[in-house]
Structure formats: structure tokens, C-alpha cells
Design a binder for this molecule. Structure first.
Ligand SMILES: Nc1ncnc2c1ncn2[C@@H]1O[C@H](COP(=O)(O)OP(=O)(O)OP(=O)(O)O)[C@@H](O)[C@H]1O
Length: 227
């Protein structure tokens, strides 16, 4: 596999069995390159979230093959996948899922402490650096619940980045933000791809956001219609 390919999906097919069996993903194949900023768009119900769950390794009930950074993930155990995700994939959701009763700093440090790749002091230094780069250094000791929605989403991005993942996946990361904060999140993603070579794959309903990214992948009724 070429060194520049961050993610490869080959012939992904998925069925849901309830209320009756239907094919939700229909032979999806594409590659995402290192440092590429991809938007996944499509009408409601077209299969975007389902595909993102497959790509993020959280859903293993599919046919086809998924590889990230040259490593084939299809067929691995849940424990292996959980370890892989913590080390290689960062997640940013529409709702940030920060722990409200913990400080901003602690929220950002948590995935780093869980990975145990670095001593605590180093994880803390990394977290503070990330917070500074996202203009949140002054908020570090505040409780996460005390921040504005836009600030909380930036904290969620810092948390997604603490283990320096090669891929960041977003499920409508700007869905809950006003246009100014959406713009800030877009600019952060753009900077991550250009300065750190990270790959971004994000589901979005925001046309402006999608068209300013590097490439738009569109799903229609479970098919990839544009990429
Ligand atoms: N767990 C499930 N069991 C059965 N059907 C499901 C399940 N999850 C999703 N679906 C169905 O699969 C289809 C695709 O859903 P999915 O959530 O991937 O769409 P989406 O494009 O992300 O939609 P939206 O933009 O509204 O979030 C829809 O018809 C949905 O009803």
C-alpha cells in the first residue's frame, strides 16, 4: 500500500436486519490520502453515519475490507480495535461529550492517560500546548461545563488530538455551532491537515463547509455517487 494512503475502504457492504433486511451500504470503495480533508455528504438516511461508524472501526458488522495506515482492520478483535482507535483515530462529534465535572485540561488529557504511551507530566504538557494553539490556554483549569458551546467544541478537538492521531473523524462537528464557530472549527481542521499531515473525514450537512474541504464524497441511497 502506498505510504500516502491513510485509509482504504474496499467493497464495503452492510445490511440492517430490522425492521426488515435492507442493504444500507452498497459496495463502497474509496481511499483517503494523508493530509486530505474529506467531507461526507448526502441526504438524511443515505448512510453517512453508518459508513462513518464502519470507517472508524466501531461497527464491525460489514462485508468488504477496511485498512488504515496500511494495517488491515477487518477481522480484528474488539480489544485490538479499541487499542487501535485510541492510538490512531480522533473523534469529534456534534455533541462534544466532555465530562462536565472535570476541568478542561483533564478532559483533554484523558485519552493520553488511557493510552499510557507517555508519562503524565508529558501528557499534561501536550494538552496545555494544544489548548494554547486552540486559544483556550486561559480556560484550562475551568470546569468544561462553564465554557461556551464553541469553546467546548474546541476542547473536544484538543481531546481528539492529544494522542496525535493520523485520522480525525467527525460526525457533524459543526452541527451545533453558529457560523462564526463553524468557521473556527473549519480553520482548525484545515490547519491540522496542512501543518500536521492529519487526515480528516467528516460527515456534514453544511454545504459551505463541505465545498471548502479538499474532496466531497456523496452518498445516495447507500451508493457512493461522487468522490
Ligand atoms: N441500527 C439500525 N437498525 C436499522 N436501521 C438503521 C439503523 N441505523 C440506521 N438505520 C437506517 O439506515 C439508513 C441510513 O442511516 P444513517 O444514520 O447512516 O443515515 P445518515 O445519512 O447518517 O442520515 P442523517 O443525515 O439523517 O444523520 C436509514 O434508513 C436509517 O433509518
Amino acid at each position: 500500500m502506498s505510504a500516502t494512503i491513510a485509509l482504504r475502504a474496499e467493497h464495503i457492504v452492510k445490511y440492517f436486519d430490522q425492521p426488515e433486511r435492507f442493504q444500507v451500504l452498497k459496495d463502497i470503495s474509496f481511499e483517503a490520502h494523508k493530509g486530505e480533508f474529506l467531507s461526507l455528504v448526502g441526504k438524511s438516511g443515505s448512510g453517512k453515519s453508518t459508513l462513518l461508524y464502519v470507517l472508524s472501526t466501531m461497527d464491525t458488522g460489514y462485508e468488504g475490507t477496511l485498512s488504515i495506515n496500511g494495517e488491515t482492520l477487518t477481522g480484528k478483535t474488539q480489544n485490538e480495535l479499541a487499542a487501535f482507535r485510541n492510538a490512531h483515530i480522533g473523534f469529534v462529534f456534534q455533541f462534544h461529550y466532555l465530562l462536565p465535572e472535570f476541568s478542561v485540561l483533564h478532559n483533554v488529557m484523558l485519552p493520553g492517560l488511557k493510552l499510557k504511551r507517555k508519562p503524565r507530566a508529558e501528557v499534561e504538557a501536550d494538552a496545555l500546548e494544544l489548548l494554547s494553539s486552540l486559544d483556550l490556554r486561559d480556560q484550562a483549569v475551568k470546569l468544561a461545563s462553564k465554557l461556551s458551546g464553541g469553546q467546548q467544541q474546541r476542547v473536544a478537538i484538543a481531546r481528539a488530538m492529544i494522542n496525535n492521531p493520523s485520522i480525525i473523524m467527525g460526525d457533524e462537528p459543526t452541527g451545533n455551532l453558529d457560523s462564526r464557530n463553524s468557521e473556527i472549527v473549519f480553520d482548525i481542521f484545515r490547519k491540522l491537515t496542512s501543518e500536521r499531515g492529519q487526515t480528516i473525514i467528516t460527515v456534514t450537512h453544511d454545504d459551505d463547509f463541505a465545498h471548502r474541504s479538499d474532496r466531497v464524497i456523496e452518498l445516495s441511497d447507500g451508493h457512493l455517487v461522487r468522490h
